[in-house]
Design a protein. Structure first.
Length: 167
């Protein structure tokens, strides 16, 4: 498999410039960054949450972890992580676990972490475990459009990331 058909159609429809970076098979976003030889802080991972009524795709650097209390505070909800089996149903044109950072393509709103706002280049899963999509900051902002953004993640040691530039 390569790029998920819905992701490819969306990128082409929106008209942003992007490139594809193939890499050896990987299982996690950190591993993808390592084998693709890209900075892990520039690889945006997607984490799916649910509050009982609504799904929300959260996007943050692969070096970070989602902080549910920050997400819930920002969203005014009670979100929790979605189980793996549910991901297969939600992202049916993607390989298991290779969730792209474009939830809006799958009918779910996105909230992205402020730390991505200052990145010159961003990579994210294409829907398989062997291909990344590479975009620049302008394309990222265009793809995120009116999606919400906030501080929703922290570094593994628990420290909050410094806020990136948000245009």
């Amino acid at each position: 498999m390569s790029m998920a058909p819905r992701i490819e159609a969306h990128l082409d429809r929106v008209g942003v410039n992007y490139s594809i970076l193939s890499h050896p098979h990987s299982q996690t976003s950190l591993q993808s960054a390592r084998v693709a030889r890209v900075p892990a802080s520039q690889l945006a991972k997607a984490v799916i949450t649910h509050d009982g009524d609504n799904y929300r795709l959260c996007v943050m650097p692969s070096t970070h972890r989602l902080v549910m209390s920050l997400l819930n505070e920002h969203m005014g909800g009670d979100f929790r992580l979605v189980e793996e089996k549910e991901l297969e149903r939600l992202f049916d044109d993607c390989e298991k676990g290779a969730v792209p950072a474009l939830g809006q393509v799958y009918g779910m709103p996105v909230v992205w972490d402020h730390s991505l706002g200052g990145m010159d280049e961003i990579y994210f899963e294409s829907g398989d475990h062997e291909t990344l999509i590479h975009i620049d900051q302008g394309a990222f902002m265009e793809l995120m459009g009116l999606q919400e953004h906030s501080v929703i993640s922290c570094l593994p040691d628990g420290s909050k990331p410094r806020k990136g530039l948000v245009h």
